[in-house]
Write a protein that binds this ligand. Sequence first.
Ligand code: HH2
Length: 270
Amino acid sequence: MGVLNVTPDSFFDGGRYFDHEAAIAHGREMIAAGADIIDIGGESTRPGADPVREDEELRRVLPVVEALATSIRVSIDTMKPAVATAACRRGATLVNDVANHSAQAAAEAQAGLVVVHMRGTPKNMQDDPRYDDVVAEVFGALESAAAEARRLGVSEVYVDPGIGFGKTVEHNLQLLRLLPELVAQGVPVLVGTSRKSFLGRLAAPAEAAPLPPADRFEGSLATAVWAMAAGVAIVRVHDVAATVQAARLVGGDEPEQLGAARFSAAGVGR
Ligand code: HH2
């Protein structure tokens, strides 16, 4: 899944694809690089981000959804059910709502749904997040949310542990370590680590400043490989070409691949 943020303020690609023509061109580049899905968003969910008005979000995303949906599966990355509904009318077939407000909208549009774990809102989620047992709480909440989405009539559901959404570096690591257990719960898993801040902290030498988003490519690819080896169904990434190359090697169980499921069954992460 290639990330396409039609925003001025996303933490990595903000401002690069705010113009519709630039966004559509980048979408086409990611399709050419081998993306299976393009995830289009018009509101940043980075820590501390300000909300965007619905009319402005619609203005940002709808022309881009419409232009790309004729050639690729389009996912709409929104926290507003009305935006999800409008995007599905223009051709999106997957709803990716980190706030989990859009199950009903996805059901009505007969679209797929990504159920994401987030603690709080983007504005406050990184203000001292705490859990008794982050893995049990996140995996349990995802299982319930997936069941609720199915009860509402969504037939294609993915669960996402929400890396960076109300989590410390250690919480993110614990969730990534135990991804095979989330995969084993049986609902297909989506993971997004691409360019996120915990990678900048982990990759920087001790006492040094965290690496900025521009220098987090290696960590992004490493964690995408880790997630694919753990058996996740979708990785959400900015760097499509490199990740597709890695996916061709590790991402499945074809004879010429390394065999993600076999690796996962052998216990990666435990
Ligand atoms: N991460 C971001 C946005 N949407 N959706 C899912 N399902 N999972 C994620 O991990 C996820 C997501 C944040 O990344 P990005 O879109 O690059 O930045 P911004 O929110 O600043 O636009």
